[in-house]
Design a protein around this ligand. Sequence first.
Ligand code: GDP
Length: 429
Amino acid sequence: MSTLVVVGAQWGDEGKGKVVDALASRADLVARYAGGNNAGHTLVIDGRKIVTHLVPSGCAYPGTLCVLGAGMVLDPDVFQAEVADLQAGGMLQGGELRVSLDAHVIFSYHRALDGLREDRGRAGAKIGTTRRGIGPAYESKAGRRGIRVRDLFDPVRLRARLELNQEFVAPELERLGGGEVRFDVDAELARAAGWAAWLRPLACDAGALIDEAIRAGRRVLIEGAQGALLDLDHGTYPFVTSSTTLAGGACAGLGIGPTAIDKVWGITKAYATRVGAGPFPSRLDGALGDLLRKAGDEYGATTGRPRDCGWLDLPALRYAARCNGLTGLCVTKLDVLATLPEAAVCIGYEGGVAPGVDELEGARPVFAPLEGWGEPDLAARVKAARRLEELPVAVRRYLDRICEFTGVPLALVSVGAGRDQTIFIDEAF
Ligand code: GDP
């Protein structure tokens, strides 16, 4: 077993950074296949907090190759700054970074469009994007006007592509920005020349590289961005991200085939959160929601926005398990849920019929209380556990319930932000 895909099974922010970091210690190569710097992973290494937006979480291990796949969109300025930061922290010292020649590049006009649409778009049409230009960059790609990393190395082609984009984008900038924001081809070209020089040593045929690693029996870890319910095709459309978040997208986004994948793990928090607009039926509006937000420090790693908090939605998780073909579940932040005086889980919706993702808005959840919750030392015992058997009975019962409902066995449990606060049930590779 050498290829493991790890994806978010909720609305993102499930603690993927920590789980992938824990798994990366066992991997030879870690790759990302979708999204851009709208994702944010928080790692805590020796008590130091590190946030990555583009570089896969394997960056903390010397010698582990980190690969950004063709399905990603890349803001070179952000990428360069992030790499400089990680290198200043002692990481990525040995040339462990590669970028696909086919990843698409985010230009300043993508960011400008993103921000202007969020600011000046029609009420109700706002998605709550991170304003980083991700959506517009994917639009350019689907419109076959996108500019890839490889195009940065060919100034003649690059100018032609930028001029083509100018034709499409300038009128919309004019309309939304009232003439304040202009599309300047020469300025874009000048910036791109700097990026090209920096990116050249990193750029490669990432699909071939990963395929070679798999064939050589290397342990390959593939990490998704965001979560299942934000998937462009199968999430709560239109309140979704502009790329695939599902495990199936790993193949398309990297340039390998589905037969190369051995295992798919889905990460879920022991409760649920959502940031941005869109349906979230198990949201808690009162004091318990606030308590959960505070206890779990539920503020966006990328934007700092407070996240809505609620109970774990089991039907939604079962849906994520189906869409991803999950073979294992990773449950994170059990210690956070354990601090609450009471807790519950969503086991269905009123009317008895599980709504489709499109009908989630307005669906009324049915909650079941978690028995045995509220013992004074519950959280301390959870945090201290290093084996499944050491977890309090109430917590183990809750985990059993999650696995039974979704039909997916437990693979990993996280009982704190620290690296050592991880219980492996399945050894991964
Ligand atoms: P990601 O994008 O999926 O990595 O999600 P976030 O950036 O929101 O990271 C989740 C946050 O929770 C980070 O600050 C982690 O260090 C932290 N975290 C991850 N797992 C656990 C856990 O089991 N318990 C606690 N208390 N914190 C955790």
